[in-house]
Design a protein around this ligand. Structure first.
Ligand SMILES: Cc1cc2nc3c(=O)[nH]c(=O)nc-3n(C[C@H](O)[C@H](O)[C@H](O)COP(=O)(O)O)c2cc1C
Length: 218
């Protein structure tokens, strides 16, 4: 009898210990998850503000988002991603669109492209990529200023035939020994501009006449 009660006491202690351990793990997981979510959100907000700095708008970009579904034509997204509306005095002065270049050297290159109300690029940033360090990773603004060469560009400047890398007769530099990566990014940004040209009324929340896109050289 004594042995039976000792066993049930041990079982009870073991049960309490297991429940406490499970509670501790759940608490740690929850607080880590919240920390990770907070830092992902902060990184995302930082990138949005690199494209449209504080002085260009008066809304919270990270909170003014809309969903663009996976496989949206021209944007080529693999999964649902957020787009962001940029407002000033209640006017939509820009949008930030996600796009995927599926033809990077080492797979998908995820991008964010800011477009102003006049249809020009406010800024473009790479969110993630797996390109080769020293060859294709110049698309990261921490490695090279190459992405800044899209600032102010539009479907009219350069005109369609020049929306490619110089090696293909276009307006944009490639990298030394690496043409595949910049070629993929140039094409993805051009497609994103085409997407916004097709959906301007919806994106900018007004009825807008067609994008004035006089064909000019680079
Ligand atoms: C190991 C290795 C890694 C490479 N990584 C890249 C890369 O990340 N991006 C890229 O554009 N080219 C990369 N290249 C070079 C491409 O294979 C290709 O030669 C170059 O982009 C020129 O392409 P093109 O002949 O179409 O102009 C890599 C080549 C090797 C051997």
């Amino acid at each position: 009898m004594k042995t039976a009660s000792a066993i049930s006491r041990s079982a009870l202690f073991l049960g309490i210990f297991a429940a406490l351990a499970a509670a501790l793990i759940a608490w740690t997981w929850n607080s880590t998850k919240a920390d990770i979510e907070r830092s992902v959100r902060a990184a995302e907000a930082r990138q949005l503000l690199e494209i449209f700095p504080e002085n260009t708008h008066d809304n919270s970009l990270i909170d003014d988002r809309f969903v663009l579904p996976a496989n949206t034509p021209l944007l080529d997204l693999r999964k649902d991603r957020s787009g962001y509306t940029v407002r000033r005095n209640e006017d939509v002065v820009g949008v930030i669109l996600p796009a995927t270049a599926r033809d990077g050297y080492s797979g998908d290159i995820e991008l964010l492209i800011g477009v102003t109300a006049d249809g020009s690029v406010a800024g473009a940033r790479v969110v993630s990529h797996k390109e080769t360090p020293g060859l294709g990773d110049g698309i990261d603004t921490r490695k090279s200023p190459w992405m800044l060469s899209f600032d102010g560009r539009s479907l009219a400047s350069p005109s369609q035939p020049y929306w490619s890398v110089k090696k293909d007769g276009g307006a944009f530099d490639q990298f030394t020994g690496a043409t595949v990566t910049p070629r993929a990014v140039v094409a993805a940004i051009r497609r994103t501009l085409e997407y916004q040209a097709l959906h301007r009324a919806q994106l900018f929340e007004v009825e807008i006449a067609d994008n004035p896109a006089a064909e000019t050289g680079p």
